[in-house]
Write a protein that binds this ligand. Structure first.
Ligand code: F0G
Length: 361
């Protein structure tokens, strides 16, 4: 058995690399697919829900899947620097993989609108942070033009190698479950990830044994957005997106056509969740399953629970929700979610600890 060295190596024959390509990797991918045990019981529904916990990637989000490919290809093509616009996770990931490759990373982030942990990571990896007085969409707009003006490779998901890397999450799910789930639920922001999963499911379906039609071996794709940042639900771009889930505070998604294609081909849908519903799902996952994801990630479970509740996702279904990022990235939200928790402060002796335990049992 060979040591696991990352998703490019694992799925090499399905990715655009050659035997000579220098792989820029931090052993990303191979994330746990955790079956929920308590929540299905709690909601009283006979459903099989799994969460693909992408928060356990090296920089704590699914972005590492795309970044290993994008940076590998940027280096192969001779780039000395990469750039991205980001709501935080892409910047952390780009920064880490740039270090690994020995090149420079520039990241454009909306000032004051990224979670603290993501800022800390990006600073630690030593990327050049450019804060803009504007939102993600404004940053994206600038980044799209910059390649004509400066020698930098764009590593946002408009870079097709990003989606190539990210499609491997679908491969892992099929390899583990022995087939595709019935429903796949994802948070949608810039819409690269839902497009990548659909690409992965579609590619793998061609090789799956059994059913003759490819369509029967792919899941129904469900994309969930925050209510204040839901262009796919509105059916048009949104100029002033707002949500507590800053990762998906996006009004002009770049993978617009690809994501609509995933929805149509799979027979799926887009829907939105209020910030309160998203936060409730985040807390529920932590407190009933021991899985701590960031707010944006919980939009997938929030949406799934709503659609299971209404019967749109029927009982007997096998469902996968992608949890895109780690909860510790956003400590401010986590702490504000637990205002009712009561840490006690006592003297540092055995009796006091004993009393504290017995008092709260
Ligand atoms: N969840 C998290 C935690 C994210 O960071 C993002 C996107 C998404 C979901 C949405 O994925 O854009 O592929 O639809 N974050 C990007 C960033 C925009 O800059 O980190 P998507």
């Amino acid at each position: 058995q060979q040591r696991y060295t990352g998703l490019i190596e694992r799925y090499r024959d399905r990715l655009p690399v050659s035997a000579d390509t220098r792989l820029i990797s931090l052993c990303e991918g191979n994330t746990p697919l955790i079956r929920l045990e308590n929540i299905p019981r709690l909601i009283g529904k006979d459903v099989d829900i799994y969460v693909k916990f992408e928060g356990l990637n090296p920089t704590g989000s699914f972005k590492d899947r795309g970044m290993t490919m994008a940076v590998t290809k940027a280096v192969e093509e001779g780039s000395q620097a990469i750039i991205c616009a980001s709501t935080g996770n892409t910047s952390a990931s780009a920064a880490a993989y740039a270090v690994r490759a020995g090149i420079k990373a520039f990241v454009l982030i909306p000032e004051g609108k990224i979670a603290l942990g993501k800022l800390a990571q990006t600073l630690m990896y030593g990327a050049q942070i450019i804060q803009i007085n504007g939102n993600f969409d404004a940053g994206m707009n600038i980044v799209k033009q910059i390649a004509d003006h400066a020698p930098v490779a764009i590593v946002n998901s408009i870079n097709p190698f990003r989606l190539q890397g990210q499609k491997t999450a679908a491969f892992e799910i099929i390899d583990e479950l022995g087939g595709a789930p019935d429903y796949h639920c994802l948070p949608v922001g810039n819409a690269g990830n839902i497009s990548a999963y659909w690409m992965g499911y579609t590619e793998y379906a061609q090789d799956l044994p059994g059913l003759p039609a490819v369509a029967d071996k792919r899941p129904i794709m469900c994309g969930y957005q925050a209510a204040g940042a839901a262009p796919f639900v509105a059916g048009k771009m949104i100029d002033h997106p707002e949500t507590v889930a800053t990762a998906i505070r996006i009004g002009h998604p770049q993978s617009w056509d690809l994501a609509w294609n995933a929805q149509k081909e799979s027979g799926g849908w887009f829907d939105s969740q209020t910030d309160q519903q998203i936060l409730a799902a985040q807390k529920m996952l932590s407190q009933y399953e021991g899985v701590f994801c960031e707010p944006a990630s919980a939009a997938s479970l929030a949406g799934a629970l709503q659609d299971i509740g209404s019967g749109k996702i029927p009982e007997g279904s096998r469902i996968v929700c992608t949890l895109t990022g780690n909860g510790i990235k956003d400590p401010d939200i986590a702490i504000s979610q637990c205002k009712d928790a009561h840490p006690v402060t006592i003297e540092a002796n055995l009796d006091a600890v004993k009393k504290a335990i017995l008092d709260s049992m």
